[in-house]
Design a protein around this ligand. Structure first.
Ligand SMILES: Nc1ncnc2c1ncn2[C@@H]1O[C@H](COP(=O)(O)OP(=O)(O)O)[C@@H](O)[C@H]1O
Ligand code: SF4
Ligand SMILES: [Mg+2]
Length: 465
């Protein structure tokens, strides 16, 4: 019998004496024996107790199906909450039960795969792999081709940088990974494989167990992910308790530790602040603290430093690097800033008009970039390592409408190297050197020659001889 049931019985027994005493007094007043009256009263009282007990049993049946119900850990056989995925006793990860139509049930084998695949992953290299991803949105103005055949992968302890101008499909790609573009007007095709799990077709309830715990995402504006009406500490505690079976006080202690780790001063006080009471940098740190406590396998950082000043930016990048080094987290860093890419990324994917148009290891991309669009991006940022500043040029024209894309190469209206073929035929993403993929009709040797020359000019200034 649980504690609540014991309390109910004790109270009922105590209360049963009240009708007994009343009946005894009434019997005495009417001249009968007080003992007979008291016995009658007790019988009446115990009938009440039996009714209360029966109701209590029914109530506990109801409670068994609620979120606090317990089950046995498959490893240590101790009791754990049905919705917990980590056993509080042996700390092993076991599949959380599935809350389905108001009832808890054992997960099916495919649902099990979500929770256990971390141990059984067969791919030691690509932890997250995107193949031929297409995301289209039907709108009143036409179909937005936000992502067209995007492909890339990221490994544990590695950082993939995704770079491109605004509107090139970076955020839509990232949000599709964690199921945040499943709108009624969206069509999503292609493959997103995470640790053996097919994320494109993963049901929403299972996606929730992947999102946050295994793949976390931080956005440019943390206010869009932090609830404005809840204290930041409450939000971190909630995130911990959603994925782990820990007490509130333990979760709060961990939240304070995490806030301390990300450099928030007086975390035991700041934990009770509302998001609007913190600066932009602090809010971003809170988001990173949330990622720190959950230790995700993949962290997708979508322009996390764009709204921050340079000093805070450097600190945030440092924290993201630590997450990778200390927990082996794979990082997907989305930015329009090649400076951030140069500092953090191992691999770089350059996106334009929803496509990955160049992909290479960082040092290759920064030594021999092969795509005219990448050349344009590189010439538009100042470099501190140049002996004297080179010429800074912005890319002429505007990014194309993703509803009415130009035929052929989507970059052709802005490309200084455009050829006839570029107007009609879209170039394929092909390997020019091992690991270096480029989507451009220019001859490989020509691209490499121009890329080298531009880099030399860029480092030494336009008048260098
Ligand atoms: N829900 C949506 N409905 C229609 N169009 C969208 C939606 N979300 C994004 N888009 C469009 O998809 C394109 C790519 O957006 P996005 O991925 O946010 O670009 P960025 O590279 O700047 O992150 C943009 O043209 C944007 O307007
Ligand atoms: S395919 Fe043509 S238009 Fe496109 S980037 Fe290459 S040269 Fe420029
Ligand atoms: Mg974006």
């Amino acid at each position: 019998m649980n504690t609540l049931a014991v309390q109910v019985v004790v109270l009922s027994v105590a209360l049963s004496f009240i009708p007994a005493i009343v009946a005894a007094r009434m019997a005495t007043n009417r001249g009968r024996s007080g003992i007979v009256g008291a016995l009658l009263g007790l019988v009446v009282g115990w009938i009440g107790v039996v009714i209360v007990l029966l109701r209590g049993t029914a109530d506990s049946d109801v409670r068994r199906s609620d979120t606090r119900a317990h089950r046995e850990c498959p490893f240590c056989k101790e009791q754990m909450r049905c919705d917990a995925s980590i056993c509080p006793h042996c700390q092993k990860e076991s599949p959380a039960w599935v809350y389905d139509a108001g009832e808890w049930r054992k997960p099916s084998s495919s649902e099990n795969a979500v929770a256990t695949s971390r141990e059984t992953s067969k791919s030691p290299t690509a932890l997250l792999e995107i193949r031929d991803l297409h995301v289209h949105f039907r709108t009143r103005d036409g179909v937005v081709h936000a992502v067209e055949g995007a492909q890339f992968s990221v490994e544990r302890e590695r950082t993939l940088g995704i770079v491109g101008e605004s509107g090139s499909g970076k955020s839509v790609t990232a949000m599709t990974v964690i199921g945040l573009t499943r709108f009624p007007n969206a069509t999503i095709t292609g493959e997103i494989e995470f640790d053996g799990i097919d994320l494109v077709n993963l049901p929403d309830n299972q996606m929730r167990s992947v999102r946050g715990r295994r793949i976390a995402m931080i956005f440019q504006d943390p206010l869009s992910s932090l609830h404005p009406l809840y204290k930041v500490g409450w939000q971190i505690v909630e995130a911990i308790q959603t994925h782990e079976d820990v007490s509130k006080s333990e979760a709060r202690a961990r939240a304070i530790d995490a806030l301390h780790e990300v450099g928030i001063p007086s975390p035991e006080k700041r934990i009770d602040s509302y998001p609007h009471e913190l600066s932009g940098g602090m809010r971003q740190r809170v988001m990173i603290a949330m990622a720190l406590v959950l230790k995700p396998d993949v962290l997708i950082a979508d322009e996390p430093t764009t709204a921050l000043d340079v000093t805070v930016q450097a600190q945030i990048l440092d924290l993201i690097r630590r997450l990778k080094d200390e927990y082996g987290t794979a990082i997907v860093m989305i930015t329009h800033d090649l400076g951030v890419i140069a500092e953090l990324a191992d691999e770089v994917a350059v996106m334009y008009a929803g496509r990955v148009m160049e992909k290479a290891p960082r040092e290759v991309l920064f030594t021999i970039p092969e795509l005219p669009y990448t050349w344009g991006l590189m010439r538009s940022i100042p470099r501190l390592d140049a002996p004297r500043p080179g010429r800074l040029d912005s890319i002429s024209g505007m990014p194309p409408s993703l509803i009415h894309l130009p035929p052929g190469c989507p970059f052709h209206p802005r490309c200084p190297y455009v050829m006839d073929i570029c107007l009609t035929k879209e170039p394929e993403l092909k390997e020019s050197e091992p690991g270096h993929l480029v989507s451009c009709h220019l001859e490989v040797k020509e691209r490499q020659r121009i890329g080298r020359e531009l880099q030399t000019e860029y480092r030494t200034g336009p008048d260098a001889s």
